[in-house]
Unconditional design. Structure first.
Ligand SMILES: CC(C)(COP(=O)(O)OP(=O)(O)OC[C@H]1O[C@@H](n2cnc3c(N)ncnc32)[C@H](O)[C@@H]1OP(=O)(O)O)[C@@H](O)C(=O)NCCC(=O)NCCS
Length: 186
């Protein structure tokens, strides 16, 4: 398990799946805002790739996020779009509603940076998020991500086009102990 100061990133367990489905993917507003596609219901038992991990897919590494104190499941995190030629990847995360606003998101970004830069030897990490997602923007910027551009009206979300912000962080600019003064360990 990869550990931040508050959360750990571990493999997906079977019993995580119904919780993530109910609290993240069955939530139309959350799913519509967090994903680049239309919401649709997830059939229990289906092999939806957001829930059921396919270890043969090398370009994507999904994690379940747990509290370090007690091990309670609090969300998902993902290093995706891994490009081993250009040595870059994207990061994504989603916390259960009850786990938001406690500093966990900032910590998850820190752990994903450690995984991307240290474990995988990547050079650049990227995040795309809706321009009104203040908590995601702040979680990223706390870890040194900088806003590189605005993708105007790039996301169709529940009846309107919204802007997305593109943020990037280069390995050379990354300060492992930024954010809330955390230290990440493997
Ligand atoms: C976005 C998300 C991952 C952020 O994680 P989080 O644990 O809620 O964020 P944190 O508690 O680490 O807060 C990060 C910063 O944002 C601020 N913040 C938190 N919630 C906020 C809100 N609703 N509005 C404005 N600022 C907020 C915090 O005060 C903190 O700022 P600080 O570092 O100056 O103290 C989480 O809220 C979430 O899962 N949201 C739904 C799914 C989603 O949007 N995923 C991202 C898709 S790209």
């Amino acid at each position: 398990m990869l550990k931040g100061s508050k959360v750990g990133l571990r493999a997906r367990h079977e019993d995580d799946i119904p919780v993530l489905r109910a609290e993240l993917y069955d939530d139309v507003v959350n799913a519509s805002r967090a994903e680049a596609g239309p919401w649709r219901p997830v059939t229990p038992g289906s092999k939806d790739p957001r829930l059921v991990v396919d270890d043969t897919r090398e370009g994507s590494v999904p994690f379940s996020v747990v509290e370090l104190d007690g091990g309670t499941l609090v969300g998902t995190a993902n290093l995706w779009g891994i490009d081993t030629h250009n040595r870059c990847a994207h990061i994504g995360l989603g916390l259960l509603p009850s786990a938001r606003g406690k500093g966990y998101g900032t910590d998850v970004v820190a752990v994903l940076c450690h995984y991307g830069f240290v474990v995988r030897g990547l050079h650049r990490l990227q995040i795309e998020t809706l321009a009104d997602n203040a908590a995601m923007l702040r979680s990223a910027e706390r870890n040194g991500f900088v806003r590189e551009g605005v993708l105007r009206s790039s996301a169709w979300v529940l009846g309107e086009f919204l802007d997305e912000v593109l943020l990037g962080l280069l390995a050379q600019d990354w300060k492992p102990d930024s954010g809330h003064g955390r230290t990440v360990s493997a």
